[in-house]
Ligand binder design. Structure first.
Ligand code: SAM
Length: 215
């Protein structure tokens, strides 16, 4: 109840995104596409406006909702690259990007993030801002390349670290599949917390996020 009252109160200070973004969000939720929550959206907007990253990378496009949201707040001249592997999502993402990114500031890379991240790291590409929002069980396996891809002082935001609060649950209270995902997520958080190149904070925003800065 307290939490609900707090949400309603904070809602008064929330900046609404453009109408087409709200429409995309409504459609995504209607179609059962998992997209970022409002709290995560606010943090992304704040970081993009204050840190002004020139090169942005997103892992997990889905239908392009968060990529288009970030485009609205990234500095002029910045570019966003986003990775997705599922054809059903890609079809929708291509459509949304061609409709709402006429300037071509978003580059959609189609393929498995494990391969794409590795290829980008081999090419020595660098990003000032990375948003990790793909399969929760894979974050840890992406991390080596992600840290390599992150520029000095760059920001890494990882979403859904609490997995609907289930990560906190006793391992016996969740299904075997979720137990594996949660185990991996806990491991990911442990690694982030002790990583020598990353300074990390975990926040109970949206479905739980971490913000890390590369030292
Ligand atoms: N960032 C999106 C938004 O808020 O609009 C939501 C992303 S959704 C939570 C996660 C997406 O990551 C799904 O569309 C899924 O198909 C994609 N995905 C999962 N594992 C992937 C992988 N290994 N490579 C590429 N995409 C992946």
């Amino acid at each position: 109840m307290e939490e609900e009252r707090m949400e309603v109160f904070l809602e008064m200070f929330r900046e609404e995104p453009p109408v087409y973004i709200r429409e995309l969000e409504r459609r995504a939720r209607e179609d059962g596409v998992p997209v970022i929550r409002r709290g995560t959206r606010d943090v992304l907007r704040y970081l993009l406006r204050t840190k002004k990253p020139e090169q942005i990378l997103e892992v997990g496009t889905a239908v392009g909702y968060s990529a288009l949201f970030m485009k609205e707040y990234m500095p002029p001249g910045a570019r966003l690259t986003t990775i997705e592997k599922v054809e059903m999502r890609l079809r929708e993402a291509r459509k949304n990007l061609s409709e709402y990114d006429k300037e071509g500031r978003i580059c959609l890379i189609e393929g498995d993030a494990a391969d794409v991240l590795h290829r980008l790291a081999e090419k020595k590409s660098k990003f000032n801002f990375i948003f990790m929002d793909a399969a929760k069980g894979q974050y840890l396996s992406f991390l080596l390349d992600v840290v390599e891809l992150l520029a000095e002082n760059g920001t890494l935001v990882s979403d859904n670290i609490l997995h609907e609060g289930d990560v906190l649950q006793s391992r016996y209270a969740v299904t075997r599949r979720d137990r594996t995902i949660h185990g991996r997520m806990r491991e990911y958080l442990e690694v982030l917390a002790h990583h020598e190149r990353l300074e990390t904070i975990c926040l109970p925003v949206g479905d739980g996020i971490t913000i890390s800065t590369k030292r």
